[in-house]
Structure formats: structure tokens, C-alpha cells
Ligand binder design. Structure first.
Ligand SMILES: Nc1ccn([C@@H]2O[C@H](COP(=O)(O)OP(=O)(O)OP(=O)(O)O)[C@@H](O)[C@H]2O)c(=O)n1
Ligand SMILES: C[C@](O)(CO)[C@H](O)COP(=O)(O)O
Length: 396
């Protein structure tokens, strides 16, 4: 397959009025964090991703000299383009500038978010293989109130359905370009590109955002940004392991890795007995110190009788999100003489990826026989072993 062309629009044409501080003349995107201008950091984050083929920065008409003073040089950097009076208008200016090159994909990024990681950018690109749009989000952790007059609480929202949107937001170029062109003709301001995509009827998938991917909006966000750089708000990596065994009984199929595989036996157990998903689920629980599958889904509870094990895996993924964590990678090994696992590995990776909302490149499924030794060798059952690597906010 032809490599995809992936362009990036970095919108830097705002005035940064809310972040302005007395005695500091530079707008926020030209101020420094850790000695480097915010905009330089944002652009560098995308230059660090080899799949990115071109980057266009949208600047304010008064900031030409400031942009030139950054001294940025790279073959993939296009000349800056002047933006409009709103973020929406600035993005459209970027899309128009890219139209002659017509890239396959476009990522739209706020200059004011200097800490998007290469991994986050990769996840957004990865999600675009299955979705028309990809949006990094974080679950809302504060209780959210609605007020009709700004002084009295009117209602409390159900935060379980609320997510904070970040950038980069990724799209197929042609689709977001025509959506933006149409949006420019209606009397409505859209605050992000995902909202324009939703309005145009495009499907936008959520990928896990990052706590460190802050938008510098207010003066104290600079201190916050310095703390991110010095590691005070850094993430740490946790490892969890999972192990599961189920015995065979007469039957005609097994569930493994979320896939139904015809076989001469079935696996005995309370749920669908998917050993591979059980081991993975326990590995995730283990990495975040959240007990094990039996604690959350007791076998004594009849509601889990025959349950699809994707339900358990999804729950573990939700606990990771609640802990503001993110799955780095998962690895499971299935030990059995049969059925043959290899033909089903791609489908298993897809089910696991979709259940957890992560890229399938973060998932490995492997299989081995035990050389006819032991209970797996005698075809009495199947074993699965898994490990999970998960990043969570550092605790000291
Ligand atoms: N006319 C505009 C307005 C905003 N942006 C960009 O959109 C991003 C998100 O906007 P925001 O953080 O609100 O920036 P400002 O508009 O600069 O901030 P303020 O509203 O405080 O002036 C920023 O990188 C900003 O430079 C833009 O390119 N063109
Ligand atoms: C696009 C955005 O970063 C998503 O959170 C945000 O909406 C941009 O900031 P603004 O203040 O709404 O312009």
C-alpha cells in the first residue's frame, strides 16, 4: 500500500489574550517554557514523527517577525500562512493552503498545546485507519454543574458521558476540508474541528488523551507547563501480569481472544471461559493495583453466567481511564495443542483493540504448544499468560 501523506496544521494565529501577563509583550505561543518558545516545541513534537509529511503553521498577521525569529528549518515545514479572526477561520486557511497538495490525512493542532507526545500523535493517526475522525479526550474528573445565570447551581451533569477534547484532531483531508468549507457558510462558531466533523455527519473516534497535553490558556498555565517539563507531573510505567487456566469439556467451539473458534471441545467455566481475555484483564488490573477479575466479577454472581469476556476487559480499560492512565502495550501467550491460534491472531488483536479503544499495534497475541507435555499437552485444557504495561500519573 502507498504510504499515506499526513499533513499537520498548527494554528498559532490567536492573540493569547487570556494568557497575557503584565510586562510580558509576547503572545503565549512565542513565550518560552524551559527556555524554548511554545510554538517551537509544538512544531518539534510533529517533526519528531517520521510519518508526518508536511507542516503548515497558521500565524497572526502581526506575528511574521516573531515567527521568523524562531529560526525553524526543516524540509517538511511549509511557509507560514496568515490566519483569520477565529480558530475556525485559521484552520480553514490552513486547509486551503494544503488543498493543492491534497494530503491523505490531516492533523489539526493548537500551537498552545506544546506537549502532545509522539505516542499520542501515533494513536490519532492509527485511529484514522478505522474512523473518519480521531479525537484525543480525557474523561472529566470534576463534578460538572450547569448554571443558568452563572451564580446559582441549576443542575448537575452526568459526568460519565463527558470528556474533555484535546488536539491533535485527525481527519481524512477531503472530508474535513469540505466540512470546514460548509461550516464557514453557517452563522455558528465551532470551537473545535471534531465539532465540525460531527455536524457534517462524520464518525469521530475517541483516543486516550494525555494529562500533560495541556492547552496554555491562562497565565498560571506557564508554571504548570514548567512543572510538566521538570517531571513533577510525570507519568510512571506499571507492569501487571495475568494467568488463567480453563479445562476442556465436550463441545464444538472455544472463545479465545474474543474470537469464536470451532473446535472439538469447549472450555469449561462460568463466563464464556476466554482464558486469553481473562489473563489480559487480570494483567491490566494488576498494573493499576485494582484486584483481579474474581473481585470485580465473582463467579458466584449468576449475572456473569455465560458473559462475553470482552465485558471484563472493557471494565479493566475503564478503570485505567479513571486512573488517568493509558495502556502502553499488552502481550498474551496462549498455550495449547489445539485449536490452531495463528489464523485468528489478527481478529483477536482487532477485538481487543476495539474493546479497549487502543491501536492494535499495542497488542501482541502469541501461541505455543507445550510439546505434548503436562495437562495442556494432554489436551485437558488451555493456559494463557499475559502482561500489561500501563502509564499512570506518578505517585511519590
Ligand atoms: N483567530 C485565531 C484564534 C486562535 N487560534 C489558535 O487556536 C489555538 C487555540 O486557541 P486559544 O487557546 O483560545 O488561543 P487564543 O485565541 O490565542 O487565546 P485567547 O482566546 O485567550 O486570546 C491557539 O493555538 C491559537 O493560537 C488561531 O489560530 N486563530
Ligand atoms: C480545540 C481545543 O483545543 C479543544 O479543547 C479548544 O477548543 C481550543 O481552544 P478555544 O479556547 O476553544 O479556542
Amino acid at each position: 500500500m502507498r504510504p499515506k501523506t499526513i499533513a499537520v496544521i498548527i494554528v498559532a494565529a490567536g492573540k493569547g489574550e487570556r494568557a497575557a501577563a503584565t510586562g510580558i509583550p509576547d503572545p503565549k505561543q512565542y513565550r518560552t517554557i524551559g527556555g524554548k518558545p511554545v510554538l517551537t516545541r509544538t512544531i518539534a513534537a510533529f517533526l519528531a514523527v517520521p510519518e508526518v509529511t508536511q507542516i503548515v503553521t497558521i500565524i497572526h498577521p502581526d506575528h511574521g517577525d516573531r515567527y521568523a525569529a524562531l529560526g525553524l528549518k526543516d524540509d517538511r515545514l511549509l511557509p507560514p500562512v496568515v490566519g483569520g479572526a477565529s480558530r475556525q477561520a485559521s484552520v480553514l486557511a490552513g486547509l486551503k493552503a494544503l488543498a493543492p497538495a491534497r494530503p491523505d490525512l490531516v492533523l489539526i493542532q493548537d500551537a498552545a498545546r506544546p506537549f502532545a507526545s509522539a505516542r499520542l500523535i501515533g494513536d490519532v493517526i492509527g485511529a484514522l485507519s478505522q474512523s473518519e475522525g480521531a479525537l484525543p479526550t480525557l474523561p472529566v474528573t470534576d463534578t460538572i454543574k450547569r448554571s443558568l445565570d452563572g451564580t446559582q447551581v441549576s443542575t448537575t451533569e452526568d459526568r460519565n458521558q463527558l470528556f474533555a477534547a484535546q488536539t491533535p484532531q485527525g481527519f481524512r483531508f477531503g472530508q474535513i476540508f469540505s466540512a470546514h468549507m460548509r461550516a464557514a457558510t453557517v452563522p455558528r462558531q465551532f470551537t473545535d474541528d471534531a465539532e465540525i466533523a460531527e455536524w457534517a455527519g462524520l464518525r469521530v473516534a475517541m483516543v486516550a488523551g494525555e494529562r500533560s497535553n495541556i492547552k496554555i490558556t491562562h497565565p498560571d498555565d506557564f508554571a504548570h507547563a514548567e512543572r510538566i517539563l521538570t517531571g513533577d507531573l510525570a507519568m510512571e510505567t506499571r507492569i501487571g501480569t495475568g494467568f488463567d487456566v480453563h479445562s476442556f469439556e465436550p463441545g464444538d467451539h472455544v472463545w479465545l481472544g474474543g474470537v469464536r473458534i470451532p473446535y472439538k471441545f469447549k472450555l469449561n467455566g462460568h463466563s464464556d471461559s476466554d482464558v486469553a481475555l481473562h489473563a489480559l484483564t487480570d494483567a491490566i488490573y494488576g498494573a493499576i493495583g485494582a484486584g483481579d477479575i474474581g473481585v470485580h466479577f465473582p463467579p458466584s454472581d449468576m449475572q456473569w453466567k455465560g458473559a462475553a469476556s470482552t465485558l471484563f476487559l472493557k471494565h479493566a480499560g475503564e478503570l485505567v481511564a479513571k486512573a488517568s492512565g493509558r495502556i502502553v502495550n499488552l502481550d498474551v501467550t496462549i498455550v495449547c495443542e489445539g485449536p490452531k491460534i495463528a489464523p485468528h491472531v489478527p481478529a483477536m488483536r482487532t477485538v481487543i483493540a476495539e474493546t479497549l479503544g487502543i491501536a492494535s499495534s499495542r497488542i501482541a497475541v502469541k501461541a505455543t504448544t507445550s510439546e505434548k507435555l503436562g495437562f495442556t499437552g494432554r489436551e485437558e485444557g488451555i493456559v494463557a499468560m499475559a502482561s500489561a504495561s500501563i502509564e499512570v500519573p506518578r505517585v511519590d
